[in-house]
Write a protein of this length. Sequence first.
Length: 254
Amino acid sequence: MDFNLPPELVAYLGELDEFIERVIKPLERKDDNIRFFDHRREWARTDWDRGGLPRHEWEDLLGQARKLADEAGHLRFAWPTEMGGKGGTNLAMAVIREHLAAKGLGLHNDLQNEHSIVGNNPFILMFKEFATNAQYEKYADLLLNGKMRTIFGLTEPLHGSDATHMETRAVPHEKDGKAGWLINGEKMWSTGMHVATHCMVFARTSGNDGDATGITCFIVPADAPGVKVEEYLWTFNMPTDHPRVSFTNVWIPE
């Protein structure tokens, strides 16, 4: 069995290294931005007056880095080619993520909030494979232009990430003559909810606890009635953007 990395992937790692040194590192050092990564980082990143949420300056800096990476063709590496990406494989992404993480903390990669110059966004692949035609028509442009930001609503308070034992339920429910679904439940560690436009909410729609089937992912607007941030969960590292979110009689159309 050959464990050598494909030559083209090795070459791409070199391309990423060059981009980091030429473009990302200068931005990291500019205007004392290094405060977000050195011994001052927890205080620099955290807006204590807003309950520990990320400071706007910190998130603006991450946005600048992603924009530069996108312009250079790196951010959407793992996206399908028909959606503007390079069709990067799971193997390539695993190698790239390890390579970037091994460089240490920096503007090129920050695992605390899934920031990276090579984006890891499973929603893109899920959307391509499973979105309905109506959903694609409604959301595709927003998604491709970065105007649709989602949380990944899988983990629950009593069940961790064991998706086969899921207390969040969705049942068919008609409202004003329209077919739809009524969702009730809670999700933990809903990273990015403070800036999200939508929630990917996994809910059981059929079957029994422990069944691998019968679980559906719904696209729920973050401002839908019944969606509520119950608390932002403080972690070993601040800031926090990982809340517990409740869904109480949240109705969405079919």
